[in-house]
Design a protein around this ligand. Structure first.
Ligand SMILES: Cc1ncc(COP(=O)(O)O)c(C=O)c1O
Length: 410
């Protein structure tokens, strides 16, 4: 039995276990509505992102909802979306009587194909959500020039790409509004939250008004988030992962080889009939204080992950990974490689390593939703894009093991 106490998990929580314990304990009694802490974090996040303003919402989907709502678009207007994202974003678009239109990926950037964009945009296209997945930065200039030339409102969802840049400019600041989800497992994780950044005073003032209409933050909801954060954190510590979680995954895979493929498990695919109330509760000061305590640590841990990813890419062969653009500075929130996922899990498991595929949804294929469309490139990556562990905390020996396993698969 190799690596009995040293299995490598598929990912990690960007908090120490003791911090997660503290968040859980304080979630029972700390004030949730200290406005000055929330404003301080909003201000800090805006400055951190080289922008004027930030407005905090409980989820990224809520920030997207209000950004689009405040545009007062005619019903039936179209919003360009990536084929892979969270289902909640499609739910808010439909709730506003707008129509999602999916555009397939370019295999080098895992972002929109320019040719497909030209084909899918029309006079009805009023907005786009450019989504920089996995910490990969596409040619932002080319995309933004295209949307600007058609006067399409640009939202950037940079939840997976905080600190990524193109030609020295930060991802999240190219469009009209940038949206960052500080949900569990993100590099700046504040037990959830959706931060909208902009330098447009009109957009900012409208978002502030929307924020003022939210329900008070819910304590029960936060306790649940803090609990999940702690459970995931403990489950991915080396000892617990090696002795309990990894063997459990092996048993689950024996019963059903598909059962552990999704990084954080499968999500509900049903269409929501009404947007849940919890999507409209306020971001809390407890979350803002977590953000304030951690924001200055993100770049240092990013750098370790980027170095790990570059090392793995060089050792496994760069042509096995999306190559993005010349001026892209990727942050590799996840390092994606195309491979048969079940075989990859099996081979990696022999080296004591856990791998997974994305937990996001292939929204372009959702049964109960409109405008379903085939997306050959995105589907290939969605089903066969496995994540090589590259997070901070991996030793040189861990990285060698990952290289050996990846090369056995080649
Ligand atoms: C690209 C992207 N957008 C949005 C989200 C989450 O959004 P929300 O804060 O609405 O849960 C995630 C997190 O899983 C994400 O990866």
């Amino acid at each position: 039995m190799k690596f009995i106490f040293n299995k490598i998990p598929r990912g990690l929580i960007y908090h120490k276990v003791l911090e997660s314990v503290r968040y859980l304990l304080t979630s029972f009694f700390m004030p949730l509505d200290d406005k000055s802490a929330i404003e301080k974090f909003e201000d800090k996040f805006a400055k951190y992102c080289d922008h004027e303003y930030c407005v905090a919402f409980p989820f990224a989907r809520t920030a997207i909802y209000f950004t689009l709502k405040n545009l007062n678009l005619p019903s039936g207007s179209e919003v360009i979306l990536p084929p892979v994202t969270i289902k909640g974003i499609v739910d808010v678009i439909l709730a506003l009587d707008l129509i999602p239109v999916y555009v397939d990926w370019d295999a080098d950037t895992l972002n929109f194909q320019l040719y497909e964009l030209q084909r899918k945009t029309s006079s009805k296209t009023k907005a786009v959500i450019i989504t920089t997945l996995f910490g990969l930065v596409p040619d932002m200039k080319e995309l933004v020039d295209f949307f600007r030339s058609k006067e399409i409102f640009i939202i950037e969802d940079f939840s997976q790409c905080l600190n990524g840049t193109f030609d020295g400019k930060r991802v999240g600041t190219f469009g009209d509004v940038g949206i960052y989800s500080c949900s569990s497992i993100k590099t700046l994780d504040t037990l959830g939250g959706g931060l909208a950044i902009t330098s447009d005073t009109g957009i900012y003032e409208a978002l502030r008004k929307s924020q003022a209409g939210l329900f008070p933050a819910g304590r029960k909801f936060l306790i649940k988030k803090a609990w999940l954060n702690l459970v995931r954190n403990v489950a991915t510590t080396r000892l617990i992962f090696s002795l309990a979680v990894f063997p459990l995954f092996q048993i689950m895979r024996k019963a059903n080889p598909e059962s552990t493929l999704k990084q954080t498990g499968s999500r509900n695919k049903d269409r929501v009939s009404k947007l849940p109330k919890v999507w409209f509760s306020s971001y809390s000061s407890l979350q803002a204080n977590i953000g304030l305590a951690h924001i200055d640590d993100v770049s240092a841990s990013d750098q370790i992950r980027i170095d790990n990813a570059n090392y793995l890419k060089a050792k496994c062969g760069s042509d096995r990974f999306p190559k993005t653009a010349q001026s892209s500075a990727n942050v590799y929130w996840q390092l994606v490689m195309l491979q048969d996922p079940k075989r990859a899990q099996e081979v990696f498991a022999r080296h004591g390593i856990d791998t997974a595929t994305t937990s996001l949804e292939l929204v372009s294929a959702l049964e109960q939703y409109p405008n379903k469309a085939a997306m050959p490139v995105a589907e290939k990556f969605y089903y066969n894009g496995i994540f090589l562990p590259c997070f901070p905390g991996l030793s040189k020996a861990d990285l060698e093991r990952i290289v050996n396993a990846a090369n056995e698969l080649a």
